[in-house]
Write a protein of this length. Sequence first.
Length: 643
Amino acid sequence: MKIQIKKTFLFFTLLLSLQLAAQQTPVEEREALIAREQKNAEAIMAFNINPNTQNYDITYQKLELSVDPAVYYIKGVVTAKFKALEPMNSVVFDLSNTLRVATVKEGNTVLNFAQNQADELVVQLPTTLTVGQEKSIVITYEGVPPRNQGSFTTSRHGSNPILWTLSQPFGASDWWPCKQDLTDKVDAIEVFITAPQAYKAVANGVEVGLVNNNDGTTTTHFRHNYPIPAYLVAIAVTNYQIYLQNAGTAPNEFPIVNYIYPENYNRVVPQLQQTIPIMNLFESLFGTYPYANEKYGHAQFGWGGGMEHSTVSFMGSFGEGLIAHELAHQWFGNKVTCGSWQDIWLNEGFAEYAAGLVVQNLRGESQFRNWRQDLISDVTSQNGGNLYLTTLQALNSDRIFSSRITYNKGAMTVHMLRYVLGDQAFFAGVKSYLNDTNLAYKHAYTPDIKTHLENASGKDLSVFFNQWVFGEGFPTYTVMAQQLGSVVSLNVSQRTSSVEVPFFQMPLEVRLSGTQGETKTVTLDNTLPQQLFEVEANFVVQSIVVDPNSHIITGFNSGTLAVSDMLIKDTAISIYPNPAFTELYLERNDAFSLDKIEVYDGKGSLVGTFKEYRFSIAHLAKGNYRLAVTTNQGVFHKTIIKL
């Protein structure tokens, strides 16, 4: 059952926190995951990429932070290095105006600055920078971060305080001066966390130092030498107990560092054993873990879902699906980041489908099919929903992180790409996308994945993307069938749930079932809104199943269809003369009344529809044609020759 998360944000957050110790079902786990990513209570986000930060490239940031998980407050000194992309005499950082900046310096020079209601820190530079010139400044600030987005949170687990950050999509500026732009990653960061010595600190990258300050605090030093967008930078502090694992294949071996609540340690450690086979699977499918020179890890925190911070996923639970989803994000979202929130399906759709690949490879095809059926059921519970977002939709946090569209339709669209292309081309295209030097550790847009999949397969995917990514809705198939000897005629038509896409062109699996338990599955190249196919079947067919393996997002009427007219004798309806030059006549007994006669050419295209018993075919070219005769007793198929 899907939980609708709207204005019930605060209540649901509390409920999730109280249920952390409970084991979640896969459906509950997915909902908790999406609850995390829908975390903003405001429907329309106030933030977009700041145009005032587009004149520089951020290259390095050092965050020196002082925090106490028992106190909702932060003190920070942030060093920022940047390179001018155009002449500039000031530089702008995104920073909440509830945090008060004390000083900004370049070396020993104190710089003038101002904070404004647009949550900007505007720093006046002593001289005008020329294009390509680099500058480093140091910002000292402190204060109470805003609480509206939950980007900086203090809470408790048991009797112990905990602090964590979670900045997706627009919350990094709530706790540190940054550039919130998906397309300009910081080339490298260092994070120094000073906190009471009773606690352990977590951040991105490798822990390279721990210093006892002899004042009741320690400072933990982390270094992350991979490009990272601001929303993936994170810290957490509490009384963690650490559990270490080893992963990777020589020479790319690395540790998995798990930060666990002590009271949950004995329960969580067995669950963490799932991580290794999932990591092995993803490395075999997608390539070496993207941060193999540093670490992977999990840090328990106070949400029921998770968050894929680079090198360390923050986790509210440790089920297979959640571990897989957040780990997959290290490739899809972290290594290659969506270039805009309009392209969010590149992050979430691929990560959720990767969780499905874990089901397939570790639990079998039957459960993988059930997994897909669950997604299809949710997607088709409503009629519309475009995967690639409009500009306005990309400001709506609920729409960005829509369970039905971004996650479930996104994952099924990835599966349909695999279904259309075949495994070899699909996985080759995905690896090519992830390893493209123009995209890896940078950002990508929807056309980028399309290009790589087309290059790997040699197929034009324009129609597919127009239908499933940019368009809305889904098809519901109707198949009318008749068996004449060993030939089964299938008349395939569809209606769609949205006028945005009047027809979905897809290969369509159909399974024929016989009276003695025989089965035959065929794939029809369904390229027309109404199309006729002939299938050989050496048994009496009594039913058909459309899309038996749940490869396509289809409506509920596309399931098992009884073929009641298959056993009606062919002699009940006749067409003459055959062959014919100009006219045809339909002869039937009195029990049959005519609805229509449809004429299809050799390619399966509909070339004429008639409602009379006598009709002209003089306009047709010479050749073979098939007639679908619809009556009150069923549909009958006839073959005629036009002379």
